[in-house]
Write a protein that binds this ligand. Structure first.
Ligand SMILES: Nc1ncnc2c1ncn2[C@@H]1O[C@H](COP(=O)(O)OP(=O)(O)O)[C@@H](O)[C@H]1O
Ligand SMILES: [Mg+2]
Length: 256
């Protein structure tokens, strides 16, 4: 008789220092995630005070156990609503294990040699999934491409641990989701430019959150001074690929 799944997890936890790691049990792959507290640092809160941008909105402080409860409950809730999440194979107060649900979508779309067709296949799939979350009156909390996976023609939603103070509007959290998704798209190394207007129009068509277009435009105009600096010749030369990608998004938002 082999080791039970629980014992294997406990054994791996003793050797493994990372919060999340893959694990094979009886030829099946799982991901083990350890409970950890969620909080924003004081520096983060100070930044948010100086620059009240949606992406910087501090997360609610939760203990490790609260965060684990929150994430596993939300995974189950999503599944019941038809928003695909990985099945929880094991759970106790310190750790939970999820069935493997493929590679994260960022790992597909960041590729230099990705075709336009494949890129927009994934973008459409991401937007349809995010819209389903939002149309159910919910938010993701970390809607970057790396927190969605793809397997057997299905998108899975993962990493649902972050939550926010109850006083915060759902609409703000949904706007923040869209912003995080857009920001994560700037990291691609694809050979073609990303059509952000397409992404935004498609999101709005799917959700009816039509005010978000103006909100994105306003956000871009708030930091347009930064954009102007980035366009100075010698500054431009100093900027890395990621930062240039970020300013391409800002330019597209300004022009919405
Ligand atoms: N069930 C799963 N199936 C496939 N990959 C997973 C799964 N859970 C986590 N991962 C991988 O591990 C990464 C980190 O997991 P995540 O839950 O997002 O933790 P974190 O809060 O550290 O970002 C993901 O981006 C994904 O690549
Ligand atoms: Mg993650």
């Amino acid at each position: 008789m082999g080791m039970t799944f629980e014992k294997l997890i406990k054994k791996e936890l003793e050797q493994n220092s990372s919060d999340i790691f893959p694990l094979i049990f009886e030829d099946q792959k799982y991901w083990v995630k350890q409970a950890r507290a969620t909080q924003s640092s004081s520096l983060h809160k100070f930044y948010y005070f100086l620059f009240p941008f949606e992406v910087l909105l501090p997360v609610k402080a939760k203990t490790a156990q609260e965060a684990l409860q929150f994430e596993t409950n939300k995974l189950k809730q999503f599944n019941e609503l038809g928003i695909t999440t990985p099945h929880i194979a094991y759970q106790d107060e310190h750790v939970f294990a999820l069935e493997d649900c493929g590679k994260n979508i960022n790992s597909f779309i960041r590729k230099r040699d990705i075709s336009k067709e494949r890129m927009y296949f994934f973008i459409d799939a991401l937007l349809e999934t995010l819209a389903k979350i939002h149309n159910n009156g919910l938010f993701h909390g970390g809607a970057q491409a790396r927190n969605f996976t793809f397997k057997d023609d299905k998108v899975y939603v993962i990493d649902l641990e972050d939550s926010f103070e109850e006083s915060i509007d759902l609409e703000l959290l949904q706007f923040r989701d869209l912003l995080l998704l857009l920001l994560s798209l700037t990291k691609t190394r694809a050979s073609f430019d990303m059509d952000y207007e397409y992404v935004i129009e498609k999101y709005i068509a799917l959700t009816n959150n039509s005010s978000f277009k103006m909100r994105l435009k306003q956000l871009a105009s708030k930091i347009s001074w930064l954009y102007c600096i980035s366009q100075i010749k010698w500054v431009k030369k100093l900027l890395g690929r990621d930062v240039k990608g970020f300013f391409k998004l800002i330019k597209a938002l300004k022009e919405l």
